[in-house]
Ligand binder design. Structure first.
Ligand SMILES: *Cc1c(COP(=O)(O)O)cnc(C)c1O
Length: 412
């Protein structure tokens, strides 16, 4: 038996828009993404983008901040987002996170605001809502824009308000590892009425490259299917880890999209353009998002309730500021590398390095800052499976292994 680290819980019928668009691309030509997202985000106009990161790129294009303006950004982050800010000629100012939500800490934010601060990029990390009331208040007082990174946050709310409507803009990602998978693609949400007429520049790889780029994501999605995973991804993950222990990291870097690649930079034309069939995929998955989220939340709360008394494992407070979608399930463990390998040896895949403390990465050494909570997360946070396709006996296996590991370690 094998438990993948992730699975979107797609249905075979979700492949249909992709397949149909291969044969009859005109079917989907008139799809309107804003109409699909209207019930979720009534305050926002939405635009399909080639990837989630493109949405931030377009937002920065729209706002056109003076070069050298400061952008306040969560230190525990996907390095790609920070790199985009640097590439746009802006200065990232790292803000520490709250340990229990993994999101930007408003207290640290308040200390880092200067007259040159133009934008706050706040990430709803792992689907956990950031403290938006506090962040919005600081932004208003200091006349700073807010951009929300909602790559993990489809189905997360504060009160009745879906994430992505608290600032001027937001990015969403529909990549294969995210909570909604459209075989790639992303979305820019804009909430200021003055911005709603914005037309982003058109980017995208040429026709052939674009076709293979999307097809690669169809394959990757298929590989992540629980039944196929065991024969495809799992051996690769195990082999990659074995190589990694001998100092060769190339395979693990290839598999893990959130690797830290200091040489990476954003090339807007390198990825397939947003395709009309993706709107239809989005619509299908949004119609099931509540069910998807409630299964994830049920899985997370079951595991958490069994783990409260195991001091080796520390839990997060996902719902501290709102209603988390449970898209990623993270726990802290002092000896996370051992835990990760122990789980993998028992066929439970996991990710011991989902993201990094970007304030300490060599590639951002110019902007170095001291963010102890982000550093702790980078060193000790491990992501466990929580996907809706998990069955009760698989949940029990994970719980039993975590408890076993915990007891073993307590004894040593
Ligand atoms: C995936 C991700 C993004 C960017 O999404 P892409 O579609 O891969 O460009 C941004 N932020 C976070 C936190 C992510 O996990």
């Amino acid at each position: 038996m094998m438990i993948p680290r992730h699975s979107v819980g797609m249905k075979y019928s979700d492949y249909w828009p992709y397949i149909a668009s291969r044969f009859a691309p005109w079917i989907y030509r008139s799809q309107d993404i804003s109409a699909v997202t209207a019930s979720l985000m009534p305050k926002a106009t939405t635009l399909g983008t080639p990837t989630g990161r493109h949405a931030l790129w377009y937002f920065l294009d729209l706002k056109d901040y003076p070069l050298g303006s400061e952008v306040l950004i969560s230190a525990y982050n996907y390095y790609v987002v920070v790199r985009l800010v640097v590439q746009a000629g802006l200065v990232p100012v790292f803000v520490d996170i709250e340990s229990d939500t993994l999101c930007m800490d408003p207290n640290d934010l308040a200390k880092k605001i200067t007259p040159n601060s133009k934008l706050i990029i706040t990430t709803h990390m792992f689907g956990n809502p950031a403290d938006m009331p506090a962040i919005c208040e600081l932004a208003n007082q200091n006349n700073i824009d807010i951009f929300e990174d909602c790559a993990h946050a489809v189905g997360s709310y504060i009160g009745e308000t879906h994430m992505g409507q608290f600032g001027s803009g937001a990015l969403f990602s529909f990549g294969v590892a995210k909570i909604v998978n459209c075989f790639g693609g992303g979305m820019l949400a804009l909430t200021d009425n003055n911005d709603k007429a914005y037309q982003p520049p058109r980017h995208g790889a040429g026709f052939r490259h674009s076709m293979t780029d999307t097809f690669a994501r169809v394959l990757l999605t298929t590989i992540y299917h629980p039944k196929i995973y065991k024969m495809t991804m799992l051996p690769l993950v195990k082999w990659g880890n074995a190589l990694s222990r001998r100092g060769k990291h190339w395979l693990r870097n290839l598999i893990s999209p959130s690797k830290n690649d200091g040489a990476w930079f954003f090339e807007p034309d390198k990825r397939a353009e947003f395709k009309p069939f993706m709107v239809s995929m989005l619509s299908r998955q949004l119609s099931r998002i509540e069910e998807n989220v409630s299964k994830r939340r049920r899985n997370v709360s079951k595991m958490k309730s069994e783990l409260v008394h195991h001091p080796e494992i520390q839990l997060l407070n996902e719902d501290k500021h709102g209603h988390s979608n449970g898209s990623y399930f993270g726990v802290y463990c002092e000896s996370k590398q051992q835990l990760s390998e122990y789980l993998l040896a028992h066929n439970v895949d996991n990710n011991p390095q989902e993201f990094f403390d970007c304030s300490a990465l060599a590639q951002f050494s110019e902007f170095k800052a001291d963010c102890p909570n982000a550093q702790y997360a980078s060193q000790h946070l491990i992501r466990l499976p929580s996907q809706p396709t998990l069955e009760a006996h698989q949940l029990n296996t994970i719980i039993r292994l975590l408890k076993g590991f915990s007891t073993d370690h307590a004894r040593k």
